[in-house]
Design a protein around this ligand. Structure first.
Ligand code: FAD
Length: 211
């Protein structure tokens, strides 16, 4: 078995993310027929006003960002509750983790940093993961399909989840999932993602801060 770190990759190219506020400006200025005021830099002030003065958030729906999250299945259950996103997720029905070309073993997301008493509980967790992997392999060896054998795999199983949605929904997701009330393992991926986006497209995300 393998223990891997949670993380994310922004699949949308950086340039594309930056250029989206220009598209938002074009869409927004259609409302006021003020396209003649567009300059190379005007999009920043315009989007800032839209968001923070007029709260005219529907206009920022003219955008899209795709991120692949690498986290555990438990966290992915929370991510897929956001209904305005498109999702594609690693399938435990079709992937046979015992096959060499699929890694030959199960991968679990590292939980150590979230444990209150790792000296005691890390060993308990490692044993449980090993037991689950052994059971999965034994079921596959006995002729069960991956979609049936997966029933013994735990929440900690690593998954990859591709999420696409617009900036308005990303803002909503960050408000909910970087708050102290959110699960520590979803904050582990959402907090650094939000911080990175604040540096790429500050005008969209600068008013949201991880707690
Ligand atoms: C701290 C925390 C604890 C949670 N605990 C639980 C729990 O114990 N059990 C549980 O089942 N879930 C739980 N959830 C999940 C939560 O109930 C939501 O399903 C999830 O956060 C998605 O949020 P949402 O519905 O606001 O947004 P999204 O699905 O992302 O939708 C975005 C927004 O679009 C609008 N919208 C979307 N669909 C509709 C619709 N059909 N009708 C009207 N407006 C709509 C709403 O304004 C919504 O806020 C928890 C979430 C958090 C953050």
């Amino acid at each position: 078995m393998k223990v891997v770190k949670a993380g994310y990759i922004i699949l949308t190219p950086k340039e594309q993310l930056i250029n989206q506020s220009k598209m938002i400006e074009k869409a927004g200025r259609t409302c006021y027929k003020s396209e003649d005021m567009i300059t190379d830099e005007s999009h920043i002030k315009f989007v800032d006003k839209l968001l923070h003065t007029y709260h005219h958030e529907s206009v920022i729906e003219h955008s899209s960002m795709t991120v692949v999250f690498v986290n555990d299945r438990g966290v992915s259950h929370e991510e897929v509750r956001h209904r305005l996103c498109a999702f594609s997720q690693e399938s435990t029905r079709y992937i046979n983790y015992t096959k060499e070309n699929k890694g030959g073993e199960c991968s679990f997301i590292d939980i150590k940093q979230h444990l209150k008493n790792p000296n005691v509980t890390l060993g308990i967790w490692m044993d449980a993961m090993q037991y689950a992997e052994n059971a999965y392999k034994a079921m596959i060896d006995a002729g069960e399909s991956p979609q049936i054998a997966r029933s013994v795999l735990p929440n900690s199983l690593k998954t990859e989840l591709v999420v696409t949605t617009n900036f308005r929904e990303w803002r909503h997701i960050f408000k909910l999932r970087t708050s102290k009330a959110a699960h520590p393992q979803i904050r582990e991926v959402m907090n650094p993602l939000l911080l990175e986006l604040k540096s790429i497209v500050p005008v969209i995300f600068d008013d949201i801060n991880p707690e």
